[in-house]
Design a protein around this ligand. Structure first.
Ligand SMILES: [Zn+2]
Length: 166
Protein backbone atom coordinates (compact mmCIF):
# COMPACT_ATOMS: atom_id res chain seq x y z
CA UNK A 1 0.00 0.00 0.00
CA UNK A 2 1.26 3.45 -0.89
CA UNK A 3 2.30 5.63 1.95
CA UNK A 4 -0.06 8.55 2.45
CA UNK A 5 1.63 11.91 2.40
CA UNK A 6 -1.04 13.33 4.68
CA UNK A 7 0.19 13.26 8.24
CA UNK A 8 -2.29 11.97 10.76
CA UNK A 9 -2.31 14.15 13.85
CA UNK A 10 -1.12 12.36 16.94
CA UNK A 11 -3.94 11.25 19.19
CA UNK A 12 -4.29 13.44 22.22
CA UNK A 13 -6.73 12.39 24.90
CA UNK A 14 -7.29 15.81 26.48
CA UNK A 15 -7.88 17.38 23.09
CA UNK A 16 -10.34 14.60 22.18
CA UNK A 17 -12.29 15.13 25.42
CA UNK A 18 -12.36 18.86 24.85
CA UNK A 19 -13.69 18.42 21.30
CA UNK A 20 -16.35 16.00 22.52
CA UNK A 21 -17.51 18.48 25.15
CA UNK A 22 -17.60 21.32 22.63
CA UNK A 23 -19.60 19.13 20.23
CA UNK A 24 -22.07 18.31 22.99
CA UNK A 25 -22.43 21.98 23.77
CA UNK A 26 -23.00 22.88 20.11
CA UNK A 27 -26.04 20.58 20.12
CA UNK A 28 -27.55 22.04 23.28
CA UNK A 29 -30.84 24.01 23.21
CA UNK A 30 -29.07 27.19 24.30
CA UNK A 31 -27.07 27.26 21.05
CA UNK A 32 -30.26 26.88 19.02
CA UNK A 33 -31.79 29.70 21.05
CA UNK A 34 -28.88 32.01 20.24
CA UNK A 35 -29.10 31.16 16.54
CA UNK A 36 -32.87 31.70 16.47
CA UNK A 37 -32.41 35.15 17.99
CA UNK A 38 -30.46 36.37 14.94
CA UNK A 39 -32.09 34.41 12.16
CA UNK A 40 -34.01 35.54 9.09
CA UNK A 41 -35.32 33.97 5.93
CA UNK A 42 -34.92 35.76 2.64
CA UNK A 43 -36.57 34.77 -0.62
CA UNK A 44 -34.37 32.87 -3.00
CA UNK A 45 -34.89 32.95 -6.75
CA UNK A 46 -34.08 30.42 -9.42
CA UNK A 47 -32.17 31.28 -12.61
CA UNK A 48 -35.44 31.69 -14.50
CA UNK A 49 -36.61 34.31 -12.00
CA UNK A 50 -39.17 32.16 -10.25
CA UNK A 51 -39.05 31.92 -6.49
CA UNK A 52 -37.28 28.85 -5.11
CA UNK A 53 -39.26 26.42 -2.97
CA UNK A 54 -37.10 27.15 0.02
CA UNK A 55 -36.07 30.58 1.25
CA UNK A 56 -32.47 31.02 2.27
CA UNK A 57 -31.66 31.27 5.95
CA UNK A 58 -29.26 33.91 7.22
CA UNK A 59 -27.80 34.83 10.61
CA UNK A 60 -26.67 38.20 11.86
CA UNK A 61 -23.10 38.55 13.10
CA UNK A 62 -23.10 40.28 16.47
CA UNK A 63 -19.72 41.89 15.78
CA UNK A 64 -19.99 43.35 12.25
CA UNK A 65 -23.81 43.13 11.92
CA UNK A 66 -23.60 41.45 8.50
CA UNK A 67 -26.08 38.73 7.54
CA UNK A 68 -24.39 35.49 6.51
CA UNK A 69 -25.39 31.93 5.60
CA UNK A 70 -25.39 29.14 8.18
CA UNK A 71 -22.06 27.75 6.97
CA UNK A 72 -20.38 31.13 7.48
CA UNK A 73 -21.24 31.68 11.12
CA UNK A 74 -21.10 30.05 14.53
CA UNK A 75 -22.07 30.55 18.14
CA UNK A 76 -19.16 32.12 20.00
CA UNK A 77 -18.31 32.52 23.67
CA UNK A 78 -17.79 36.26 24.18
CA UNK A 79 -15.62 35.50 27.22
CA UNK A 80 -13.64 32.51 25.89
CA UNK A 81 -13.99 29.02 27.37
CA UNK A 82 -10.30 29.00 28.25
CA UNK A 83 -9.03 32.26 29.68
CA UNK A 84 -6.02 33.10 27.54
CA UNK A 85 -4.39 35.00 30.37
CA UNK A 86 -4.48 31.88 32.56
CA UNK A 87 -4.66 28.86 30.26
CA UNK A 88 -6.47 25.61 31.02
CA UNK A 89 -7.34 25.23 34.70
CA UNK A 90 -9.61 22.28 35.52
CA UNK A 91 -12.30 20.31 33.73
CA UNK A 92 -14.88 21.74 36.15
CA UNK A 93 -13.96 25.28 35.11
CA UNK A 94 -13.79 24.30 31.45
CA UNK A 95 -17.30 22.79 31.54
CA UNK A 96 -18.76 25.67 33.56
CA UNK A 97 -17.37 28.22 31.10
CA UNK A 98 -18.44 26.14 28.09
CA UNK A 99 -22.05 25.74 29.27
CA UNK A 100 -22.24 29.41 30.20
CA UNK A 101 -25.06 31.93 30.53
CA UNK A 102 -26.75 32.83 27.25
CA UNK A 103 -25.62 36.45 27.72
CA UNK A 104 -22.05 35.28 27.10
CA UNK A 105 -22.98 33.80 23.70
CA UNK A 106 -23.19 35.51 20.34
CA UNK A 107 -23.53 34.72 16.67
CA UNK A 108 -20.29 35.53 14.93
CA UNK A 109 -19.36 35.35 11.25
CA UNK A 110 -16.27 33.43 10.10
CA UNK A 111 -14.33 36.61 9.29
CA UNK A 112 -14.91 38.16 12.71
CA UNK A 113 -14.25 34.83 14.40
CA UNK A 114 -10.90 34.46 12.66
CA UNK A 115 -9.87 37.92 13.83
CA UNK A 116 -10.95 37.18 17.39
CA UNK A 117 -9.09 33.86 17.43
CA UNK A 118 -5.91 35.47 16.16
CA UNK A 119 -6.07 38.12 18.91
CA UNK A 120 -6.70 35.45 21.57
CA UNK A 121 -3.80 33.32 20.37
CA UNK A 122 -1.56 36.34 20.65
CA UNK A 123 -2.55 36.81 24.31
CA UNK A 124 -1.90 33.13 25.04
CA UNK A 125 1.47 33.34 23.31
CA UNK A 126 2.55 36.28 25.48
CA UNK A 127 1.41 34.42 28.61
CA UNK A 128 3.33 31.25 27.71
CA UNK A 129 6.47 33.26 27.10
CA UNK A 130 6.05 35.03 30.45
CA UNK A 131 5.61 31.67 32.21
CA UNK A 132 8.69 30.29 30.52
CA UNK A 133 10.77 33.32 31.50
CA UNK A 134 9.55 33.12 35.09
CA UNK A 135 10.47 29.46 35.28
CA UNK A 136 13.94 30.10 33.92
CA UNK A 137 14.40 32.87 36.47
CA UNK A 138 13.31 30.61 39.33
CA UNK A 139 15.60 27.82 38.19
CA UNK A 140 18.54 30.19 38.21
CA UNK A 141 18.03 31.68 41.60
CA UNK A 142 16.51 29.22 44.00
CA UNK A 143 17.10 26.08 45.95
CA UNK A 144 14.24 26.92 48.25
CA UNK A 145 12.13 23.75 48.53
CA UNK A 146 8.81 25.60 48.65
CA UNK A 147 9.72 27.54 45.52
CA UNK A 148 10.75 24.31 43.83
CA UNK A 149 7.35 22.86 44.71
CA UNK A 150 5.60 25.88 43.17
CA UNK A 151 7.69 25.43 40.07
CA UNK A 152 6.83 21.77 39.75
CA UNK A 153 3.17 22.66 40.01
CA UNK A 154 3.55 25.28 37.30
CA UNK A 155 5.30 22.80 35.04
CA UNK A 156 2.58 20.23 35.53
CA UNK A 157 -0.09 22.83 34.84
CA UNK A 158 1.66 24.01 31.70
CA UNK A 159 2.16 20.49 30.43
CA UNK A 160 -1.55 19.76 30.77
CA UNK A 161 -2.53 23.00 29.10
CA UNK A 162 -0.06 22.36 26.29
CA UNK A 163 -1.69 18.99 25.72
CA UNK A 164 -5.06 20.71 25.59
CA UNK A 165 -4.04 23.33 23.13
CA UNK A 166 -3.21 20.83 20.43
ZN1 LIG B 1 -18.84 39.53 11.55
Amino acid sequence: MAKSSKKKPKYNQNSAIRSALRRTFSRSPIVREVLMSGRREVPKYCKDGTRAKKDSVQYKCNVCNKWVGSTKCEVDHIKPVIDNEIGFQTWEIFIARLFCNILNLQIICSDCHDKKTTAEREIAKVRRKREKDQEAQFNDSSNDPSLQATLALGRRHRRSSQLLRR
